[in-house]
Ligand binder design. Sequence first.
Ligand code: PRP
Ligand code: MN
Ligand code: MG
Length: 181
Amino acid sequence: ASDIEGDLSTVLVTEAEIHAKLAEIARRIETDYAGKDVLLVGVLKGAIMVMADLARELRLHVETDWMAVSSYGAGTKSSGVVQIRKDLDSDLTDRHVLIVEDIIDSGLTLSWLLENFASRGAASIEVCALLRKPEAAKVEIECRYVGFDIPNEFVVGYGLDYAEKYRNLRDVGVLAPHVYS
Ligand code: PRP
Ligand code: MN
Ligand code: MG
């Protein structure tokens, strides 16, 4: 229970790399949304760190809202069944919505969310995901802002959990198999 960093077998993306990448993405978002008000929608709970850091990088007026969905439960595999635990407070009508996610794994969560949002009358809907696992894709997601493509391994840290733990690691790393096998 003490040394959480010892539960990683490899660090994949460091805190410094994450911050540099979010700064790059923020510059693109500032250009793409110049003159528009953006609604950042963070997907709880994994997106908490990306949302906090990306939002503070942006020199734009943004509003923030949160949606809580979960498809993983306590396991390491997506169940494919997405549940809404908390809906948005905001009305999406005529809004420029930018969904902020920590990771696109199978793509099932975002595919479900995009479909759910499509009927809410937004002016635009785009996705920003810090991480993406191309080899794990079960559905293609159009993601305008991607931080890093990573191998198909179970990763934790910087918001990503295993059984609700490890979200507080600063880096993103591969969870050592001894932890969950
Ligand atoms: C994780 C992650 C993404 C989703 C990606 O969330 O934060 O939201 O899974 O996986 P997918 O592309 O295969 O759908 P999770 O359901 O574990 O909930 P959490 O954010 O509360 O950890
Ligand atoms: Mn999530
Ligand atoms: Mg999770």
